[in-house]
Design a protein around this ligand. Structure first.
Ligand SMILES: [Zn+2]
Length: 125
């Protein structure tokens, strides 16, 4: 049976605090971490090195689903670099993808999708 995510969070945080506190047990105590998960509450000492490490880790985390922000409205981008808020295709890569996927004005079909001038499928090299 898999461990519930809340138990994983508590165990990981408890182990993290213990690991760093072991390196410098006399580091100044700056507070307390209190976590309430699944009906249980746990209090952990928060020493300066742990506070710094947690801050750095949280601020440095990049979610793989995060495709960045729209240059126009700062809304979140989807996997195709289209803004979820205003619908603009963002960045050079996004505009290039859009140009290949959407026919330009006056074109009957999108560039690079069909009618490519490579009948044998080679790059002529
Ligand atoms: Zn936008």
């Amino acid at each position: 049976m898999p461990t519930p995510p809340s138990a994983d969070v508590l165990a990981a945080l408890r182990e993290f605090v213990a690991r760093l506190d072991e390196l410098d047990p006399e580091a100044p105590l700056v507070g307390e971490l209190t976590l309430g998960l699944a009906g249980a509450t746990e209090r952990l000492p928060l020493r300066a090195p742990v506070a710094r490490a947690l801050t750095e880790a949280l601020r440095g985390y990049h979610d793989p689903r995060d495709r960045g922000r729209c240059a126009h409205c700062a809304g979140p981008l989807d996997d195709d670099f289209v803004c979820r808020s205003c619908g603009i295709v963002n960045g050079l890569f996004g505009r290039t993808v859009a140009a290949f996927a959407t026919p330009a004005e006056g074109e009957e079909e999108a560039r690079g999708i069909a009618g490519v001038d490579r009948p044998d499928g080679t790059l002529n090299d």
